[in-house]
Design a protein. Structure first.
Length: 298
């Protein structure tokens, strides 16, 4: 049982990194990104393809971070003139295009079958020590990502993003280049999500286009909403809550005596019902965004 708990904690930590990155976009900046799972996949595929090329998997982490940051900046620039609803549709389409490219470019990505193998960041460590070591890495990565996001959102950068979210015309009147801030927010959040994807892929030792379907972004949105939009701690808490519920649904399946082929549908149903319940009963999430009083000298 302890190994199972450790497994859940590792996955929750990696998704907590991605949830924090999405919260920076939607919770702080108000950018309706429905394609965040693509950045998560960029990090994962960077690790997998680096290992396939004969290089240490750890070398794929900075590569994935840089590529995701570039992709985020490009998407932010392309969507500079789009309204929120069109922006959301565009990001969803871009993520799906990315997934289709992965399927068709099998010579590099493994196609629909994906890439697996020895992707461990600690090749010299055997089980069970390797799992515990990976837990330490995942939690350390989560702390690092949280500190980065918190540092950005508590400074002038975050204040301008919130102003851009609430009153974009006012932000422009103050002389802020909101397009530049959209680009920066997308780039930073994309890089953080790729970092989480790299850690998750290294631990699972496998990634495929099937891991990057739109349900992945739906899960990240659920984590951010349940935790509390605009609250960094809430985004992390939401990731752990949703992940434990998502895995716990498997035990509920056994308790109800349902066939295994219904397990996936049951898990999606439970997460969907939980999301709807929060949206109707407690839309501010478990940890609502706190209003802060900022002194002029800050």
């Amino acid at each position: 049982m302890s190994d199972f708990i450790v497994h859940i904690l590792i996955i929750a930590a990696t998704y907590g990194i991605a949830s924090a990155s999405l919260n920076l976009q939607i919770g702080v900046a108000g950018l309706m990104n429905f394609g965040q799972i693509a950045f998560f996949g960029i990090g994962g595929y960077a690790v997998a393809m680096t290992a396939s090329a004969g290089l240490p998997p750890v070398a794929g982490i900075p590569l994935g971070v840089v590529l995701a940051a570039g992709a985020g900046a490009a998407i932010g620039r392309l969507g500079r003139n789009l309204k929120a609803e069109y922006w959301a549709i565009a990001t969803l389409g871009i993520a799906e295009i990315f997934r289709i490219v992965l399927i068709n470019e099998g010579w590099a990505t493994g196609g629909a079958g994906g890439i697996g193998g020895d992707l461990s960041l600690l090749p010299g460590i055997k089980e069970p020590e390797a799992t515990w070591a990976m837990l330490g890495i995942a939690l350390a990565g989560l702390v690092l990502a949280f500190a980065l996001v918190r540092g950005l959102t508590e400074r002038q950068f975050g204040r301008i993003l919130r102003l851009m979210r609430e009153q974009p015309d006012l932000a422009v009147s103050f002389g802020h280049d909101i397009v530049a801030y959209k680009v920066k927010a997308m780039a930073v959040a994309g890089a953080i999500a790729a970092f989480g994807g790299a850690l998750a892929t290294s631990y699972i030792a496998y990634i495929s286009p099937g891991d990057l379907v739109s349900f992945g972004t739906f899960m990240l949105w659920t984590m951010a909403i349940i935790g509390g939009m605009g609250n960094n701690r809430g985004a992390v808490l939401g990731a752990f809550v949703v992940q434990f519920i998502f895995v716990g649904a498997l035990f509920l399946k056994d308790g109800l005596g349902l066939p295994s082929e219904l397990a996936g549908a049951l898990r999606m149903l439970i997460v969907g019902v939980l999301l709807l319940a929060f949206l109707m009963i407690r839309p501010e999430g478990l940890l609502p965004e706190r209003l802060r009083k900022i002194h002029a000298e800050d």
